[in-house]
Design a protein around this ligand. Structure first.
Ligand code: SF4
Length: 324
């Protein structure tokens, strides 16, 4: 059985708004996320746009300073809380935790050559120039591009090729944990499968662990061992992929799964899911209650008075709902 590589405990990222909205000013984009990720595992993080998935990913690589919580990373038998490290100490761990960004058009500096883009992190780690070039030549081929492309600029490439460059930039640092933030959502459908298959191959070859952020349930189902469902900054359900699809428990998860289009009209009629409708709770100073309550057909009085905690309902299935 694999060891836990990453453990998130009560991770939160709150933003203070410059201007108060209806007297309120604290936007809780991520609020108390706890999650364990095993070495070699792929966890899919799903939820509607704006639910805090990307903010969580960016907080883990400290592109945003987390408001509170702990992020334990295991290395050589030691558990280190990366959030407690000073910036200079965190830099030593940065190569181990890398991120692939959603938009391959804006995530590559147009003024830098592909060589400079791929080796920027190595330069920060003081790797000598000759070694940087050798590693970049090797890595660009690993992601399916030609070595000659190293002297070119991002605008000379298609979206799929740019995403491969972004993947090479992350992998050249030999990370253990890779956060993939909507890695294919900005790409043509025809190249999405190529990039997903590349990520699957790279995971095997390099022994990687993934946090895959996506709103595309088909992509997440294909690649993930486990899925965490996020709603307004909170994890509301976590389960093994098959278990989540076969036996979703949280009403929001049921609604999300039911939003997957079914081509067969007969099966579509048989679908007994939940239609996601109703107004979203504001993440600005949210109430101490179930945030899904305004949209939930099973809402009870208790749901508006108390916030449900994530509870273990079977060996690897947790849900935050008073129905369980
Ligand atoms: Fe619905 Fe209540 Fe469960 Fe929230 S806690 S999902 S409102 S039943």
């Amino acid at each position: 059985m694999s060891e836990t590589l990453c453990e998130l405990v009560d991770v939160s990222k709150w933003f203070t708004l410059k201007e108060r909205i209806k007297g309120k000013s604290l936007l809780k984009a991520v609020d108390g996320v706890s999650l364990k990720i095993k070495d070699g595992e792929t966890i899919g993080l799903v939820g509607e746009s704006g639910c805090g998935k990307t903010t969580l990913g960016r907080s883990l690589v400290r592109l945003y300073e987390p408001t509170r919580g702990k992020f334990y990373f295991s290395e050589n038998g030691q558990k280190i809380d990366l959030f407690s490290l000073k910036n200079s100490d965190f830099e030593k761990f940065r190569p181990k935790i890398q991120m692939i960004f959603q938009d391959p058009y804006s995530s590559l500096n147009p003024r830098m050559t592909v060589l400079d883009i791929i080796t920027e992190g190595l330069k920060n780690q003081k790797v000598p120039a000759r070694e940087r070039k050798n590693l970049a030549s090797e890595m660009i081929q690993v992601v399916g591009l030609k070595r000659e492309y190293l002297t070119r600029y991002p605008h000379e490439f298609s979206g799929g090729q740019r995403q491969r460059i972004g993947i090479a930039r992350a992998l050249v640092l030999k990370p253990k944990f890779l956060i993939c933030d909507e890695p294919v959502s900005a790409l043509d459908v025809s190249v999405q499968a190529q990039i997903i298959n590349l990520l699957v191959e790279l995971k095997q070859s390099f022994g990687l662990t993934y946090l895959l952020i996506s709103h595309d349930l088909a992509v997440v189902k294909y690649i993930s061992d486990k899925i965490a469902v996020m709603y307004l900054g909170n994890i509301v359900e976590v389960a093994k992929t098959d278990d989540l699809f076969d036996n979703p428990l949280h009403p929001y998860t049921k609604g999300l799964l039911d939003s997957i289009p079914i081509a067969n009209p007969r099966l579509r009629k048989l679908s007994k899911g939940i239609l996601l409708q109703g107004e979203l709770t504001s993440p600005i100073d949210p109430p101490n209650a179930c945030l899904f309550a305004p949209r939930c057909p099973y809402k009870m009085k208790r749901c508006t008075q108390e916030k449900p905690k994530l509870k273990q309902v079977s060996a690897e299935h947790k849900v935050a709902c008073f129905l369980y």
